[in-house]
Unconditional design. Structure first.
Lengths: 419, 307
């Protein structure tokens, strides 16, 4: 109902606004999305910016609830009533739509050259030949720290593993702060902010991830067990009773200033900015030895594709090319600090914490989470098992080797890499 | 005399039964049959194909499924044992205390103990998560006040304690039900029986053990079976307190959460309605078996007293 009303309002304003133009040839594009939170950004910033440059094309952003999005979109696509532009979830959900012929192949779309292969990987066929969505945003992993605490204790921002543990030891010895705010109750914190955060430095980002998919490496290889071994060392630095500490608990511990370091995803930036009363900084996952190449998890999260049945395909392609442009990236990344544009052209951002995160892209090699592309398909599910095992390793109930073996055995039971 | 006139078909029976039969069929029997049917099919190339007992063979033969299933079943049995050993005896005890004529404010106690039963699982799960939180919970502080801080551990986060803790939370929530049922049974014991016992010199504790307890045994039987069915269908509390993965390390995974993950999927895991239906069928058979054992072996041996 509200969507309809909004559509009517938007149409109304667009008609009034363009009264002087030759509106007979106007084309209206509808965007399907689950990001209802972004409605204001689309309405007030993105769409006006596009329409100003492209007279004759009107755009309507029509989101549905996140939990209903996939089902509603599927039904609309089947009935032929879906919008021209479709917001894409990463990996298999969108790949399935492409295989069914709902999403058009846009590999040759002008603007796609603005994206790296890693950025496009979430919306490509397994062989990487066809792309079907324009990458919009990603989230970056790293550590956010309490700058005041670091200054007070005279700690330098750690860059290597050795410095990292030295800093943690110093914070622990001082006793004012809990060294690291993380709990294992919700499981995913341990996997996403732990394993996938520090892991790329060990398995060398894309190199290891792709070798795993090809079957050339196994999760039991040293470079895949190493992050588990590091996680096992974290236990003494976590707060009392971390086994029952939930994700909101961890966030609160850090923003209340009780913990010094927070293993983070960049999506926290907006929330932390409003809640924390102290200065914050961020550092990328520490490398093993000084001078090593650093790798970061720059995980693709959201994209946009073209409905293959769209009647306004040309206008929609114009819009998608604009989504692929630096202009879109600048507006989007500034409106949503923590959701970074995947565009190769550097985007100027206002938020200092977001700037810090995105600056790592210049010196580190990006990768995506290892358990998502292709490997996240079967049962037992590698991603879910990684949650459980990462938490077990930190709790100290399972050895790193045993955890890695369990994951590899589960993967072997259904995944046969193409030879 | 001529043969008795043929009795007309008694339509009113059909008419009066119809609403209940129709509603029950539509919302219970049809979905149940649908589940059983679904468990015999598999989705192959976007089409449902009949595969016989293949799903059950996988559930018990493939270690990726069977380990999870047996773990969930074991946890569920423990969940049930805790309820039987803690909830029902406490329920009987509370009812016995409440029915004592000398107790003042008994209506207040009765209400206070029964209130958690009508609370939503979401509230109970969330409230207890907060109470037991090692960071802001009241449990660590309260234990500190009486000098027992050293006994506090993050119970919900430890593999060896989490399930027992959740069982006790569930006991806390539902202890009002056995209490109410036993209370009603105790009140229905006629005064004459009690007076006769007193004349024979049976009073106090021995009166409870020798007179009242045998008289309320059928109620205890009913409560046991209700507990059994409720526990093997449980899901909500685990889901709200521990999430769908029933951590840590599946130590709180019961059949309900196992079914949920299989049927609806979780995060990247895609739901598999056929395997889910196979698990649901097993849950149905387990509960059916338990109820049958009770009906045919236990209930027929319970002695009933007519007054």
């Amino acid at each position: 109902m509200t969507t309809k009303l909004l559509t009517a309002l938007l149409l109304g304003t667009s008609v009034l606004g363009s009264a002087g133009m030759a509106y007979a040839q106007d084309v209206t594009l509808n965007i399907e999305s689950w990001r209802g939170d972004d409605l204001a950004i689309w309405k007030d910033k993105l769409i006006p910016a596009f329409e100003a440059k492209n007279p004759g094309i009107k755009v309507v952003f029509a989101p549905s609830a996140p939990t209903e999005y996939d089902a509603a979109l599927g039904a609309k696509l089947a009935a032929g009533s879906a919008g021209d532009l479709i917001t894409c979830r990463p990996f298999d959900k969108s790949l399935e739509l492409f295989k069914k012929g709902n999403l058009a192949d846009i590999s040759t779309l002008p603007g796609m050259e603005n994206f790296s292969d890693v950025a496009k990987a979430a919306w490509q066929t397994d062989d990487g030949k066809s792309s079907f969505c324009v990458p919009m945003a990603s989230v970056i992993h790293g550590f956010i720290y309490n700058k005041d605490a670091f200054d007070q204790l005279g700690i330098k921002v750690p860059t290597t593993n050795e410095e990292f543990y030295a800093a943690l030891d110093k914070i622990k010895a001082d006793g004012t702060y809990i060294p690291m705010a993380m709990g294992t109750k919700d499981l995913w914190e341990a996997a996403t902010m732990g394993y996938q955060n520090i892991g790329p430095n060990y398995w060398k980002g894309e190199e290891g991830r792709l070798a795993l998919i090809k079957g050339e490496q196994k999760l039991t290889d040293p470079q895949w067990v190493a992050p588990f071994k590091e996680l096992a060392k974290w236990k003494p630095y976590l707060g009392d009773g971390f086994e029952a500490q939930t994700y909101p608990d961890s966030q609160n511990l850090f923003t209340l200033g009780r913990a010094a370091i927070y293993p983070a995803g960049s999506w926290e930036i907006a929330l932390f900015n409003t809640q924390a009363q102290f200065k914050m900084g961020a550092f990328p996952p520490p490398v093993q030895k000084a001078g090593d190449t650093c790798y970061i998890s720059d995980h693709t999260d959201i994209g946009m594709g073209l409905n293959a049945a769209s009647k306004n395909a040309d206008a929609a392609k114009t819009f998608l090319s604009w989504v692929a442009s630096p202009e879109f990236a600048t507006i989007y990344a500034n409106a949503l600090p923590g959701f970074f544009s995947l565009n190769s052209t550097p985007v100027k951002m206002e938020d200092p914490l977001a700037q810090e995160f995105v600056s790592w892209r210049d010196k580190c090699k990006p990768t995506i989470r290892s358990t998502y592309q292709i490997l996240g398909r079967g049962t037992p599910n590698l991603e879910n098992e990684t949650w459980v095992e990462s938490a077990n390793v930190i709790n100290g109930t399972v050895t790193p080797e045993a955890a890695a073996k369990k994951l590899q055995d589960g993967l072997d039971s259904w995944y046969k890499p193409a030879k | 005399m001529a043969a008795a006139p043929k009795r007309p078909f008694r339509w009113h029976i059909v008419v009066f039964l119809a609403p209940a039969v129709l509603v029950y069929t539509a919302i219970m029997i049809l979905p149940l049959a649908g589940t059983l049917q679904l468990s015999l099919f598999r989705n192959i190339d976007q089409a449902q194909v009949f595969v016989g007992f293949e799903n059950f063979r996988r559930l018990f033969g493939d270690p990726n499924w069977s380990v999870g299933f047996w773990n969930a079943l074991r946890n569920n049995v423990w969940f049930f044992i805790i309820h039987m050993l803690v909830q029902n005896p406490i329920g009987v005890l509370l009812a016995a205390l409440l029915s004592s004529p000398r107790l003042r404010f008994s209506a207040f106690y009765r209400t206070a103990i029964f209130v958690p039963t009508i609370l939503s699982f979401v509230i109970v799960g969330f409230a207890w998560k907060l109470i037991l939180s090692p960071l802001w919970g009241v449990a660590p502080n309260l234990m500190d006040l009486v000098g027992l801080k050293s006994l506090f551990t993050p119970w919900l986060g430890k593999e060896q304690y989490a399930l027992t803790t959740l069982s006790l939370i569930s006991v806390w929530q539902f202890v009002g039900i056995p209490m109410m049922l036993i209370y009603a049974a105790l009140l229905s014991i006629p005064e004459e029986v009690i007076e006769a016992a007193e004349c024979d010199g049976i009073t106090g504790m021995s009166q409870f053990w020798k007179i009242k307890l045998p008289l309320i045994l059928p109620s205890i039987g009913i409560i046991s079976i209700l507990t059994f069915v409720g526990n093997f269908n449980a899901f909500d509390l685990i889901y709200t307190a521990q999430g769908a993965l029933a951590g840590p390390n599946y130590s709180t995974d019961i059949l309900g959460t196992f079914l949920y993950r299989a049927f609806f999927g979780f995060q990247l895991q895609i739901g598999d309605p056929n395997m889910g239906a196979a698990i649901a069928t097993m849950m149905f058979l387990i509960i059916l078996g338990g109820v049958c054992v009770y009906l045919f072996l236990v209930q027929t041996r319970l002695r009933r007293y007519q007054f």
